[in-house]
Design a protein around this ligand. Structure first.
Ligand code: NAP
Length: 391
């Protein structure tokens, strides 16, 4: 079969914005048309050969159940041998990122599919990895960064069973975030991914919305499972407005049956927390959550305050810490990518019960990756920093 790729046409890409916090309706009162100009103005790094085999008062959500994926027009083109990709050849700040137009399109292994990337999202791990914080267990340089991907399957490996050319998919393409993550990630025109790490994209979400989900929602889900969260339990989410926390609130309420959800953020994000399902929104600039008389069955620490988190948990409760030093009885885990989790959660996404939160400063076009990283690294992003469109 001839390899074909499906290219999203920027001129016809439509996204939907809904203002919060009054509610999270399933309709989209406002639509935005993107325009996109590609500017190749950065010095390419050495070419990669054949890869292995303080605002806003108003928060905008780009994740509405009625936004049809089919609004993104697609055009068939042959898969090229080379592609544009962001690459870094040394660890460092955002200035190590270079746009290279001559990176070899990855080959697919038997269990992999080749995805034409329509959208990607940044995670804090992308920045920390680029800074060299995980160099002991990282894949070799040079690196094409990016874990989260949404796009279209353009080629399948010989043992692939669940996907075919033309499927719209999403996922976190590195099974282990810190142990040998993929050298060729999602910040490229094409990326190769094991089928077990992918799921079909929820039909109601566009590519940018879908890309906002995988690593964050899998972390939220795995953390809740590891605490053995069950219906009727209460939870406190530290950093409820970030990529992971915004999904922990929703999953706890909509999927795991939490009886009560509390979450922390700064003043500007309190209404967002409530709109996501938090019963109690705590302004960390004004009060200390550990001083509350109320204690919780589970504390989900997505900011690195485990020493304080353990003071807010009930006797015998669980404290899960995503980052920073761990204080007993807190525990830490590193997310494992798993397409089955996305497949399990797809009905909640397609019904609009759980919604991706795309930071309103984005999506950032592909050529503005350095700006997107700089913004992520302010630690002020609301929900996810998304890169879209990708040429
Ligand atoms: N172990 C794992 O497997 C795993 C997986 C995913 C993420 N992580 C880690 O978990 C952390 C969170 O990830 P993320 O993607 O959710 O981060 P993120 O989206 O970048 O977090 C940004 C948010 O942090 C909030 N924030 C900043 N200071 C805060 C404070 N003192 N208290 C409460 N909220 C605060 C900001 O809200 P305001 O503007 O309102 O302050 C902002 O909305 C990162 O360190 C990441 O590396 C670990």
């Amino acid at each position: 079969m001839q390899n074909m790729s499906l290219c999203a046409s920027p001129s016809t890409t439509t996204s939907h914005l809904t203002s919060l916090p009054s509610s999270l309706p399933s309709t989209s009162p406002l639509s935005l048309r993107f325009s996109f100009t590609f500017r190749e103005n950065r010095t390419p790094v050495r070419s990669l050969k054949a890869p292995f085999s303080a605002r806003p008062a108003r928060v905008l959500v780009k994740a509405q159940a009625t936004a049809p994926a089919s609004s993104e027009a697609v055009k068939l083109t042959p898969v090229p041998s080379q592609m544009k990709a962001w690459v870094y050849g040394e660890y460092g700040g955002v200035d190590v990122l270079k746009l290279d137009s001559n990176v070899a399109v990855p080959d697919v292994k038997e269990d992999q599919v080749l995805v034409k990337v329509a959208a990607a999202a940044l995670n804090p791990v992308d920045g920390k990895r680029r800074q060299g914080k995980f160099k002991a267990t990282d894949s070799p340089l040079p690196t094409v960064p990016g874990y989260d991907v949404a796009g279209v399957v353009v080629k399948v490996g010989s043992e692939v069973k669940d996907f075919k050319v033309g499927d719209e998919v999403y996922g976190d393409l590195s099974e282990k975030a810190l142990e040998g993550p993929k050298q060729f990630g999602s910040l490229a025109e094409y990326t190769a991914v094991e089928e077990k790490l992918l799921a079909l994209k929820p039909k109601n979400l566009d590519f940018a919305q879908a890309a906002a989900l995988p690593l964050a929602i899998e972390t939220a889900h795995e953390g809740l499972e590891r605490t053995a969260f069950s219906p009727g339990k209460s939870i406190l989410v530290l950093n409820g407005s970030g990529g992971v926390g915004s999904l922990v609130i929703q999953l706890a309420k909509q999927v795991f049956g939490a009886s009560r959800v509390a979450a922390t953020s700064s003043t500007r994000n309190l209404d967002l927390l409530k709109s996501l399902g938090a019963d109690l929104a705590i302004d960390y600039t004004k009060e200390n959550f550990e001083d509350l008389s109320e204690k919780f069955d589970v504390v989900f620490d997505a900011i690195g305050q485990c020493d304080r988190a353990v003071k807010a948990v009930k006797e015998g409760g669980s404290v899960v810490a995503l980052t920073g030093a761990v204080t007993p009885p807190g525990f830490r885990f590193v997310v494992t990518s798993n397409g089955a989790v996305l497949r399990k959660l797809n009905p909640y996404l397609e019904s609009g019960k759980v919604k991706p939160i795309v930071d309103p400063k984005g999506p950032f076009p592909f050529d503005q990756l350095a700006e997107a990283f700089s913004y992520l690294e302010t630690n002020r992003a609301t929900g996810k920093v998304v890169i879209h469109p990708i040429p």
